[in-house]
Design a binder for this molecule. Structure first.
Ligand code: SF4
Ligand code: SF4
Length: 383
């Protein structure tokens, strides 16, 4: 019985003919507008996606896990489905780049005194109406109008500028992850640290890939309780953020938490207490927690946070067991310094984003009582 194979070959020849015809037609007509984007350096196949049904794809970069049909973007408008593959349109498409003190992030226990070359792209996966960087985070990227930066050039710039590290910040850095990973890998070879200032909504797949690229610093925003996230941030599952806090600590990241305390929104005692309780449980008492002052921005015009409210949050955190609470955006306040959790010795004196005095031993202990202080990296003394 040799007939069936002849039939198959016959049918294959027919299919081959149709394929050749379609190819010829495409050559005549040219690439589609979407396919033309594939030639741009900032349009890059994403590392973080799975095929879904039909020609749809599932983005697994952040916990929104968008299912994206052919020709469409995900929620953040940085991921585009072209022919059943997922592409980032912001690979190396930077919106800002600047060397900045690490204290401004704020990171107070990570490479104190150092500077990090800091960069960002466009857009965000959250909707916060108080966004302080809304001129970057509320912009939908146009793939063919982006300025592209090569990973090696960025690392060279950091080294030439005398920065000790690299930091993705300003808008949500998760959206720049494919490019950040390439930058961080090169940076690690050149002795630079790498960190994120993030809303903490990346998937565990992304977190793991970032760690493998050399990133070891993670600042996570806690914006309030689940009601605040639901009402203001666009249907975000707060549990995923606390899971990431816990997982990042377990994986060995240096983690700091930031709560932007917003007047009449997340500044009541119950909300603040809930954040502190959860921080203790998921991150542990040695994790720095910053209560930062809000100022009106974007669509929010509530008055700036009262300093007394920030002080209450600080005092509550300390009395509940957090060892390193801070107040942020209030330069000169006594609660922006680091005190020994054991003997209360003044260990790091700051003014705003500058370290004025550093009083911790080389092996990260209090010089007075020997208590171990949670510090990652070296203190960089600026001249
Ligand atoms: S990164 Fe963007 S496209 Fe991907 S899941 Fe998150 S919001 Fe959706
Ligand atoms: S997560 Fe951050 S960058 Fe994004 S909208 Fe909210 S405040 Fe802005």
């Amino acid at each position: 019985m040799n007939e069936p194979p002849i039939f198959i070959i016959d049918s294959l020849i027919g299919k081959l003919g149709i394929l050749l015809f379609l190819c010829a037609l495409k050559c005549l007509v040219g690439a589609s507008p979407l396919e033309k984007l594939l030639h741009l350096p900032n349009v890059h196949e994403s590392t973080f996606y799975r095929r879904a049904s039909g020609d749809r794809v599932e983005c697994i970069l952040c916990e929104r896990r968008c299912i994206i049909p052919f020709g469409e973007y995900g929620f953040c408008r940085t991921r585009l489905n072209i022919n059943g593959r997922l592409y980032t349109v912001v690979y190396g498409a930077l919106s800002a780049i600047e060397g900045r003190p690490i204290e401004i992030k704020p990171f107070f226990h990570y490479w104190p005194g150092s500077t990090a070359l800091t960069f960002s792209t466009w857009s965000c996966n959250f909707n916060c109406p108080w966004c302080q960087n809304w001129t970057l985070s509320k912009v939908s990227p146009s793939p063919d109008k982006m300025e592209y930066y090569d990973p090696l050039d960025i690392v060279n710039l950091a080294v030439q500028s005398g920065d000790e590290g690299l930091c993705a910040s300003f808008q949500e850095p998760t959206l720049l992850t494919d490019w950040n990973i390439d930058v961080f890998k090169i940076g690690r070879e050149m002795g630079l640290y790498a960190c994120y200032v993030s809303n903490g909504y990346m998937t565990l797949e992304a977190l793991k890939a970032l760690q493998e690229s050399g990133m070891d610093g993670l600042k996570i925003d806690i914006k309030g309780d689940s009601e605040v996230y639901e009402k203001f941030c666009g249907g975000i599952d707060l549990e995923k953020i606390w899971r990431n806090v816990n997982e990042a600590k377990r994986m060995g990241f240096h983690v700091e938490l930031v709560n932007l305390v917003i007047t009449g929104t997340n500044d009541d005692e119950e909300c603040l207490r809930g954040i502190i309780e959860r921080a203790l449980k998921e991150a542990g008492p040695d994790t720095p927690i910053h209560f930062t002052r809000y100022y009106p921005a974007y669509k929010f015009d509530k008055p700036a946070t009262s300093i007394r409210t920030l002080e209450k949050a600080y005092e509550m955190a300390r009395s509940m067991g957090m060892q390193y609470p801070y107040i942020g955006n209030v330069p000169g306040h006594r609660y922006e310094h680091t005190y020994c959790p054991n003997c209360h010795e003044l260990l790091i004196k700051r003014y705003g984003f500058s370290v004025i005095r550093y009083n911790i031993t080389e092996d990260n202990k209090c010089p007075k009582c020997g208590f171990s202080i949670n510090i990652r990296g070296k203190y960089i003394r600026r001249k």
